[in-house]
Design a protein around this ligand. Structure first.
Ligand SMILES: *Cc1c(COP(=O)(O)O)cnc(C)c1O
Length: 397
């Protein structure tokens, strides 16, 4: 049979349930610490099944609920397996720590999610691992930065806050030739809009908290690995005692079922808002790879299947008080961290403090918008009124 389309797999993956008689559509939430066995032989078999993604041994290592989610996500992203953990940041930590030891060197995109940078500059530095940040537009030029002790290249595309698209195949080709593991944060695109493993990446990580859960009500991390790395990743998660809570894993499974329809709508709405923003006199630049004017558009079009609802908006120079007047008066955009839920969000961001390889030197302030599932006409009207407040305040400054 032909391999099912992603939408079909979203509806059906991870729903197997081993029981007799009829069964519910969805796997139940299985909450557990202790798992009981009927024989000493079965009890002791736990030790030889530690890394078996289907073997229920102890609550911390997962139950049917998290296994169902892992199964579904591994299938969607074409991995040998997936490990569900308690947050996106835990997924990043597990993936990186599964690969490195003291004395190793790491190459990390300069536009990486800020807590990933903090992990490298803090914990990893303390444990004798050195990080070099690279220009996200470096492509095959990354070969010049690879050292004898380089173990990992960590990619994220588009970049957090600044949305640079990386040439993933060019970078993974260099990594493969040099025997370096590649890890990619694929949160923005989701498994639907980019497939890291098909582009040569070894380990893909997601903040499932965002579009997988999709409703801003659970924390979840997902690590998808190829055959060579899967056991190392699962072992690392177990060593750190990381696992997704059964309730949050269940919310992730629920979110998956509608992810394709949600993402299609986020994309339609976001493109409409982005195009409108491009025509505004207050806006210097919209950072969104689906726009033909975006510097990453050609590579995005070559490698990605779509764009999600998150974008950057660089304003012409104006004071933070005016930005606050814009944001604080919005009716439909909330101000808060995270994104990927059904609702719209708007916050100011400050990438200049987070860059070391390529300075961020935009003259005006930068906003991050998450475009939700509201009617885009209402969102545009809301932003239009916000720009009016911004102009009034700026004129009074
Ligand atoms: C939010 C986010 C994370 C972290 O996810 P949490 O679940 O909040 O820990 C990781 N990477 C990216 C790109 C994110 O936006």
């Amino acid at each position: 049979m032909k391999k099912a389309a992603p939408q079909t797999r979203l509806a059906h993956a991870g729903r197997r349930l081993a029981c007799k008689g009829g069964r519910p559509v969805n796997p139940p939430v299985v909450r557990a610490s202790t798992i009981l066995f009927d024989s000493v032989e079965d009890l002791l078999a736990v030790h030889s099944h530690r890394l078996d993604p289907e073997f229920v041994s102890y609550g911390r290592n997962g139950t049917e609920t998290s296994f169902s989610l892992e199964h579904a996500v591994a299938e969607l992203e074409g991995g040998a397996g997936c490990v569900a953990v308690g947050s996106g940041l835990a997924a990043i930590t597990v993936a990186v720590l599964s690969q490195i030891k003291q004395g190793d060197h790491l190459l990390v995109a300069d536009s990486v999610y800020a807590p990933t940078r903090k992990l490298c500059d803090g914990l990893l530095t303390r444990f004798g691992v050195e990080t070099t940040y690279y220009d996200p537009l470096i492509g095959a030029g990354i070969a010049d930065l690879v050292r004898a002790n380089t173990r990992v290249i960590f990619l994220e595309a588009p970049g957090s806050l600044t949305f640079e698209i990386q040439d993933v195949p060019a970078i993974t080709k260099v990594a493969r030739e040099a025997g370096v593991t590649t890890i990619m944060d694929n949160t923005w695109a989701t498994p639907l809009f980019f497939q890291p493993l098909a582009h040569g990446v070894d380990i893909s990580v997601h903040a499932g908290t965002k579009y997988v859960v999709g409703h801003s009500d659970a924390m979840l991390g997902l690590v998808i690995a190829n055959e060579a790395q899967h056991d190392a990743v699962r072992q690392q998660a177990q060593d750190l005692g990381h696992g997704a809570s059964p309730d949050d894993a269940w919310l992730g499974l629920r979110g998956l079922r509608t992810m394709a329809v949600r993402l299609a709508q986020h994309q339609t709405n976001a493109l409409q808002v982005a195009q409108w923003l491009q025509g505004r006199p207050e806006v210097a630049r919209v950072l969104y790879p689906a726009l033909p004017s975006d510097p990453g558009h050609a590579i995005w079009k070559r490698d990605f299947h779509g764009a999600s609802g998150l974008m950057g908006v660089e304003l012409h120079p104006v004071g933070m008080e005016s930005v606050a007047d814009l944001l604080e008066g919005l009716d439909y955009f909330g101000m808060g961290y995270s994104w990927g839920g059904y609702e719209s969000l708007a916050i100011p961001t400050f990438p200049a403090k987070l860059r070391s390889a390529v300075p961020w030197d935009a003259a005006g302030p930068l906003l991050r918008l998450h475009i939700g599932l509201e009617d885009p006409a209402d969102l545009i009207a809301d932003l239009e009124a916000g720009f009016h407040r911004l102009r009034q305040r700026a004129a009074a400054e």
